[in-house]
Design a protein around this ligand. Structure first.
Ligand code: HEC
Length: 119
């Protein structure tokens, strides 16, 4: 009996952890297609071609983007000046690709490694 309870506890913990992981994990997407979609849907007009953001237009989105769930929520129901993108406009597959693109954005070199900025 105690063994059964122990087994249930262990199984429950594993399943619980797996669910948590599934919630936080971003769906697999195609970064190359995501870059194209980022341009086609006009995200770049406010957030910049490399998602670097622009003063007065939109914040930086990459590198190291917010968690997928947060980005999905924001583009569907923005609370500021950004126009909403419903699932009819940008479906979840397209969004997964855009997210893969944001994850692929490279971190720029530190300022001390750029000679022109160290004169
Ligand atoms: C017309 C300009 C504009 C366009 C086009 C636009 N955004 Fe935005 N976006 C903004 C602004 C401005 C904000 C800052 C919050 C606000 O005012 O809504 C923002 C915020 C965001 C945020 C939240 C960032 C954070 O740090 O909280 C995400 C994610 C985002 N945009 C993604 C996208 C994606 C993906 C697209 C294309 C499908 C897109 N945006 C298109 C202007 C734009």
């Amino acid at each position: 009996m105690t063994r059964l309870i122990l087994l249930r506890t262990i199984l429950g913990t594993i399943l619980g952890a797996a669910c948590l992981f599934a919630q936080n994990a971003a769906p697999a997407g195609n970064a190359q297609n995501g870059r194209k979609l980022f341009e086609n849907y006009g995200c770049y007009q406010c957030h910049g071609r490399e998602a670097q953001g622009g003063i007065g237009t939109g914040p930086r989105l990459g590198p190291k983007p917010l968690p997928y769930a947060a980005i999905q929520k924001y583009i569907r129901q923005p609370t500021g000046q950004m126009p909403p993108y419903t699932a009819k406009v940008v479906n979840d597959k397209d969004l997964a690709d855009i997210y893969a693109f944001l994850q692929s954005v490279a971190t720029p070199p530190p300022v001390k490694n750029i000679p022109l900025l160290n004169n």
